[in-house]
Design a protein around this ligand. Sequence first.
Ligand code: ATR
Length: 268
Amino acid sequence: MIDKYAVIGNPIVHSKSPQIHEAFAKQTNQDISYKTVLAPLDDFEGTVRDLIIQGYKGANVTVPFKFEAYKICNSLSARAVSSGSGAVNTLKFLNGGKVYGDNTDGVGLRNDIVQNLNFSIANKHILILGAGGAAHGILNSLLGASSIMIANRTHERALELVMGIQDFEARASTFELLDRPYDLIINATSAGLTDTALPIPNIIFGENCLAYEMMYGRETPFMAQARANGAQVADGLGMLVEQAAEAFYIWRGVRPQTAPVIAKLHNA
Ligand code: ATR
C-alpha cells in the first residue's frame, strides 16, 4: 500500500510542498502520496487524529499550527527541544497513534546558505531582522557565527529572544539604531507580505554581504534595498526545499537531491 503524507495549514492552497515531495519521491523511487490538508483554525489536533485514523504516516505543519503541533507530540527530536522555539514543522506518526515531532526549518536554512549558496557561517557577523516565531526557529542553526544581532520593530521582543541565547554573543536592537555592516542579514520579519519596507540603514550591507529573505515568491522591499547596496540576494525558496528534504529523510530514511528541485521551482 502507498504511504500517505500531507501538509497541514490554514491557508494551504498555494503550498508548494506537494510538488516538492512528489519530485523527491520520483527521484528516490519511493511510493508515496502527498496532499494539502486545510485544518480549521480551532481543530488542528482533530485534523491530525483523522489523518492517523486514515493511515497517514506523517505530515508537515505550516502557519499557523507549528506551536500547536509541538504540544500534541508524544516525543520530540533533540533539536526541536533545544531550539526552545516550542514549534515543530514535521510530524511522524508512530504505532499506537503516537506522534513524533521535529523542526527542520533551521537545518533547512543552514543547508541552503552553506551548501547551495556556498556561504560559510563560521566567524561571520550575522544580523537577524525580526524576533517572532520564524526568527526563533532558525537561531540554533547559526552556531559557529562570530556574533548575532537581533533587530526588531518591538525592541522588547528582540531582548527576550537574546536572553534565551547561550551559545554565542548576541545583542538586541531596533532597526533604526543599527550602525555597522554585517556579513549575513536574514529577514525573518513578515513585513514583505505587505510590501512594507523596513527602516533599516544602508550601512548594514557589508562587503560580500549575503542578504537572505526567508519569504519566497516575490521581490520584497528588503531584497530590493539589499540589491541596490551590492549585496548577494537570496529568497527562501531554497530553504523551503531543504526543510522538505530533511522531513523526507525523517520519514523515508533517504536523502533526495535538492538542487534539481530548487532549479525547477525557480524557473516555474
Ligand atoms: P512569524 O511566525 O512569521 O515570525 P510573528 O511571530 O507574528 O510571525 O512575527 C512576525 C515578525 O515580523 C515580528 O518580528 C514582527 O515585529 P514585531 O515583533 O514588532 O511585531 C515583524 N513584522 C511584521 N510586520 C512588520 C512590519 N510591517 N514592519 C516591521 N516588522 C514587522
